[in-house]
Design a protein around this ligand. Structure first.
Ligand SMILES: [Zn+2]
Length: 429
């Protein structure tokens, strides 16, 4: 087992000790946290095997946690698999990911769930997965939620597909509330969509199509908040894209702390202008919308309405993305560029402090999903991200199997230098 001494870092650790601190790690756990210079080789039980990392100028934070990731495994491993996905996560500073259940076959059964978790255990990071809400993601019949919880599901979702049957949603909420599990929702009513992935407005006009109207998201968020308040369910509104959606969550959270929301890096960084500029590489569900929406998502992150930055990492092959805008699949990769996009579009403009950013990327998701993570603390598993908030690099050369991103080739500010999971360095820049 690796013994590590992390020296001279600025520790940003919203749920624990922060400041200029040194951290000693032994047997996978944080053994000691002390003022810089106070820990030396003698503090380790076996000084001879101690590896010291000088992280001067860097920020040391809890490892990032992504509650919305697609690794496409099983079934679509030409896009990504659990191992390449985990490598992308490590490069992005992530030590925990929660996978979505829209694989082939879907995670509507314990056998597939166990396959994902078993592979995940071989990656060196914490790979969790949600299970589906409905059998085959058909939106008709609830899965065996008891069995899937017992087998280790992190939550329930039919992400990728909206749940159109409100009565079924209500039953799912009652059941998940009884089980103490979270339900996460992809909110897009197809009644308001003719071509998904492109905002109905300036972008759809550019392509000469109808696109996806904002009401698709707003109407379903409204419905699910109402049902959650009625049933007492804990819910997570995924990848929120509209100002109205953010406001609905803001109002709902005044009534119940069990209503949560996620924002993706692309929704706080880009508008529908990017769809016009990058075409299918900026096509995603829900679509990029207006500058007012982008600012509302950022404001939601600032005031805590949105507690989680979640990537919706959605790999697709170059061949799939080379299809026409109406035919190419929706989604972009996101794990490897989350940190710089948050630094450039939230921290640098003064929307979030570095502390608030770390909360939304780590402690916040840990709390909402009930994970024993998101804090650097003596005795706890050592899951740590060390980054240079000014480090420059050009987006690209991804660890992901796919490279579908509108950010490729652009200069990024904010660079992960080391990712440490269970006390082991799993990534070094
Ligand atoms: Zn989704």
């Amino acid at each position: 087992m690796e013994r590590l001494l992390i020296k001279n870092g600025k520790v940003v650790n919203p749920e624990g000790k922060s400041g200029m601190l040194d951290i000693l790690i032994e047997d996978g756990a944080v053994k000691q946290i002390a003022d810089a210079g106070e820990i030396n080789a003698d503090s380790a039980s076996d000084p001879s095997g101690l590896k010291t990392i000088d992280v001067s100028g860097c920020i040391v934070s809890p490892g990032f946690i992504d509650v919305h990731t697609h690794f496409r495994d099983p079934g679509q491993t030409h896009k990504e698999d659990i191992f390449t996905g985990a490598e992308a996560a490590k490069r992005g500073g992530y030590t925990s990911v929660v996978l979505m259940a829209n694989t082939i076959p879907a995670v509507d059964n314990t056998e597939t769930l166990e396959y994902v978790l078993e592979r995940g255990r071989q990656t060196g990071i914490n790979v969790l997965t949600c299970a589906n809400v409905t059998v085959g993601m058909q939106g008709k019949e609830l899965v065996d939620m008891d069995a899937l919880k017992a087998a280790g599901a992190a939550g329930f979702t039919d992400d990728g597909k909206p749940l159109l049957d409100a009565d079924l949603v209500k039953r799912a909420m009652k059941k998940s509330a009884a089980l103490g599990m979270i339900l996460s929702f992809h909110e897009e009513d197809p009644a308001f969509i003719k071509n998904n992935g492109v905002n109905h407005g300036k972008a759809s006009e550019h392509f000469g199509i109808y696109g996806s109207d904002r009401e698709a998201e707003i109407s379903m968020i409204r419905r699910d908040i109402e049902l959650a308040l009625e049933t007492g369910a804990e819910i997570d509104i995924q990848h929120i894209s509209t100002a109205e959606g953010v406001e609905l969550v803001r109002e709902a959270r005044k009534k119940s702390a069990k209503i949560h929301a996620e924002a993706t890096p692309h929704h706080f960084s880009l508008t529908e202008d990017a769809a016009i500029e990058h075409g299918t590489l900026a096509k995603m569900n829900p679509p990029l919308r207006t500058e007012a929406d982008r600012l509302a998502v950022a404001e939601g992150l600032r005031d805590g309405t949105i507690e989680m930055i979640a990537t919706d990492h959605a790999p697709h092959s170059a061949e799939e993305k080379s299809k026409p805008i109406t035919e190419a699949p929706s989604g972009i990769i996101g794990l490897e560029t989350m940190l710089p996009l948050a630094i450039m579009n939230l921290v640098e403009p003064g929307v979030l402090s570095i502390e608030q950013f770390v909360e939304r990327a780590s402690c916040g998701p840990a709390k909402v999903y009930g994970l024993d993570a998101g804090v650097i603390k003596e005795g706890m598993q050592a899951d740590i991200c060390i980054f240079d908030s000014r480090g420059k690099w050009i987006a690209g050369d991804y660890r992901s199997k796919s490279s579908n991103s509108p950010f490729t080739g652009q200069e990024m500010r904010g660079m992960v230098k080391w990712t440490i999971c269970r006390g082991t360095v799993v990534y070094e820049a």
